[in-house]
Design a protein around this ligand. Sequence first.
Ligand SMILES: [Zn+2]
Length: 379
Amino acid sequence: MTRAHAAPAAAAVIAGRRLELLDKARVYACGITPYDVTHLGHSATFVWVDALARTLRFLGVKPEVCRNITDVDDVLDAAARRAGSSYDVFAAIQQFQFDQDMAALHVRPPEHEPRAHRYVEQVIRLASGLLDAGAAYVSRGSVYFRGQGAEGRAGLDRAAALRLSAECGGRPDDPAKDDPLDVAVWQAGEPGHPAWQSPWGPGRPGWHAECAAMAMSVFGPAVDVHAGGADLRFPHHAYHAAMAEVFTGVRPYARAWFHAGTVTVDGAKMAKSAGNLVLVGKLLATYPPAAVRLMILDRPWGQPWDYRPALLETAANRLDELHRAAGRTAAGRAAGDSAAAGELRRLLATELDVGAALDLAIETGGAAARTLASVLGLN
Ligand SMILES: [Zn+2]
């Protein structure tokens, strides 16, 4: 006797790649460097990762999200020094505020939340492995990963790669390097920074190596989706993936990349120095969390966008429409409900098309609208 199973396929299309999934999905999201308040730009990335995880659950897959905390970082060290605090105490305070913002935005806590300072041993092991593989070298107490080819992985020419590397604290002009695009897996100790013992002398982990070590420690050699803000594409993600692939021999390290579009204000990047930070707490003082979430999600996930207060008003109106549609009765429409549910599934599974899913849910009403509100955390 045979029994028919009608389990639908659980596949998602992300950044043009079709991911067949069985049971679990490993999602690594590059988390915050807790040196300053989180703004709308950071929050948008983590709301999108949350929407991705919720969508995977809707598709019948168990998402396992790992969102790290980069608490060993040169920028953080400088901010802690200015505040007269040690790096770890300073980071813990900033992280507390971040957690409050995430909770207010209904972002579910990740399953794993590794902190860089607890993975120093793993970074030392990673550095040793890269040295053994001939992909790294020791110079003046640092271990450098040979960066050749990392720019090609990101589709950049050398000039653009050098510019981005300098902007991200990659020290391309460091005379200890063989090549400006090499990056520190292990950085020799310097005054004003925390230091740990290593086979190469006292020092601290490099940024990309920290994430590679945390991701591999939590998930093993590969992940299903690697997520983060679009500005992390290069150098951070390109080097993370390159180091992981050399270390494990498993390629590709990530089956798909999920780079959330950058948020600007009046066309400018959000920065404390520019005085244009849009803080989530401030938005939530005037609008419900679901409206802020909807403003972030009602657009293609990978596209950059410009924040204007009018967008919140539009999102609040759209949310009202969705809630009104959810309240409509759908008597005698069982067949229609099931067709709409299937279509919602297809739209969200294909590049998380929240905009089209919302249009459908508002038009159809009833169960479709209730389902979408619940899947996306818009209740
Ligand atoms: Zn990272």
